[in-house]
Design a protein around this ligand. Sequence first.
Ligand code: XIL
Length: 320
Amino acid sequence: DLVIGSAVAGGGHHVDMPYPDPFPNDAQYREVLAEEFSSLSPENQMKWEFLRPQRDVWNFGPADEIVAFARENHQVVRGHTLLWHSQNPTWLEQGDFSPEELREILREHIQTVVGRYAGQIQQWDVANEIFTDQGQLRTEENIWIRELGPGIIADAFRWAHEADPEAKLFFNDYGVEGVNPKSNAYYTLIQQLQAEGVPVDGFSVQGHLSIQYGFPGDLQRNLQRFDDLGLETAVTELDVRMVLPPGGEPTAEQLQKQADYYGRTLEACLAVEDCNSFTLWGFTDKYSWVPVFFPAEGEATVMDEDFVPKPAYTRLQEEL
Ligand code: XIL
């Protein structure tokens, strides 16, 4: 069964939403979130820097709220994320820890966080963005791989599996929609881990697309080769941005192209048997991260700032 999800805005950098409002207190936003989606992903609220501002200070409130909201509305949750090079707290990145201490910090973190939500998370992004676009491990940027070596990746999956045997455990990345050096690196690594009996259940593509760069036409083929390894696949962070003309209004042509990208992404997932989670990285431009991170770009979600559906919204409805 395919679930259709959205990221839950908060805790990050958004237009009109100063950091770190953890879950928009916005009745219309919450109503659409509850009615249109069957899966929720905390956009920032389960990331290290947000969840754990100090080593011994845990900030579970917003993540708890999202999980409770999902339960009330009969939605599943995707956990995001446990081992990543980005959005780590300063105490961790700048800390002076021995390898033994760091390993213990990660183990404790995974046990605590995955354990807390055990039984309530459908899929966990255990490892996020571990490869560069060239398909090399991010050995310098990623504190865990740098300090502990690549073997820590398998340990993270084992610890997560121990803490919640029901959750499906994923590798997640951007720029891996098509067949390319980066997705090839995952294809190779995952086969090695499977041979070692490491509990890896899935491979997911984020899907931060731009109408400027062209659609990854081999998306279905790429998902299928991971499906053929016995994995689940997913689209986890879909948005389709565009460079806005002066004045900031998208053209009808841009919106059509965007609708086409959304539709083709869903079609690819629908065509692959165990592609069972399809998540938008937010559904309204009101809280989209895109204009903050990509200057002069925007309009990346399926509804405008007033929740008016765009052609992309209609196109997705037609596919479902
Ligand atoms: C982004 C959030 O949307 C922003 O609010 C935050 O400030 C930065 O991170 N890949 C990921 C996501 O795995 O966690 C990122 O989310 C977008 C890219």
